[in-house]
Design a protein around this ligand. Sequence first.
Ligand code: ATP
Ligand code: FE2
Length: 348
Amino acid sequence: MIIVRGLKMRHESVKNYCLGIESTADDFSVGIVTFDGRILANVINAYVSESGGIHPREAAQHHSQVAEEVVAQALKEAKISSDQIDLVAFSQGPGLGPCLRTGATVARAIAAYLKIPLVGVNHCVAHIEIGKLTTGIRDPVTLYVSGGNTIVAAFDAGRYRVFGETLDIAVGNCFDVFAREAGYRQKEGLPFGAIIERLATKGQTYISLPYSVKGMDMSFSGLLTAILHLLRKGEHPIEDLCYSLQETVFSMLTEVTERALAHTEKPGILLTGGVAANKRLQSMLKTVAEEHNTKFCVVPKQYALDNGAMIAWTGILAYKNGLTLPIEQSFVRLKWRLDEVEVPWVKT
Ligand code: ATP
Ligand code: FE2
């Protein structure tokens, strides 16, 4: 494995640095975090395809091509040498098989070569833990909204419990498909969701769309079909379509988050995932938090997107609780749900 070229071995009793590898989908990222929670590096290398969609094997190929360079860049940013790493963490799931396997292979190679422990991290748990670390919020209701996930979760009895989730596609995915169909292409650094957000600010007329909250779960595929139908009919300005899409989707998310908050009586709301960057969603959740007299925190963008720092930090929490993973058992878990994971480090 080329990645271990130039890595040096070291053994010391004081544990200080964890290197975390994120590779669940289109990003390959390496973060370095100290055991007391200082983020020293967080290098993200995104795979962007021509079409804007993700082809798992192409993304995995991208990850293996950039892995060595991203690890080297993270070490440089953290100003440490490879022989100072004490622990390697990797995103074990959920995610796309080929992408997860590439990250796992890099992590195993580093752990084996440096003779240091390996920890497998649940990607969704990591989104919550880095949010708590970077915002300082304690025991929140978390809304995690990205291209692949739409989850409302809160801690209870040893695990993060899922209070509500999508029954079909994720919110980010719904936005991305709509924007692609509308003929937009991802410009440098501007995701589809951000293009929709920009257009929505100029929308003036609300067009009624299917609002689908079932119990505490949500469905977005019917809404997507309906808005694609309206788009093809060409009777409404794109600005009004984007405005109506955002208002409907975010009202659903806010309703479920508010109900989880009222039920659990948690002391705040944490918003994370790529869609968390959206100002309209932020303002709706902020209003809910104010009405319930609780805190509202948004995870800073570089830690709300898929990133290696969140894997490194969650790896440290797991390691401190004795949760290491022997290499021979470090298989990836494509459908590893958030509520299957014991989180013994969380105390309320
Ligand atoms: P995961 O693996 O956690 O599902 P992901 O691979 O989808 O994550 P993220 O970077 O967390 O990656 O999220 C990307 C999503 O966020 C895309 O669907 C994108 O359109 C959306 N997004 C980004 N910025 C905004 C914004 N300002 N408003 C709405 N959506 C946004
Ligand atoms: Fe993610």
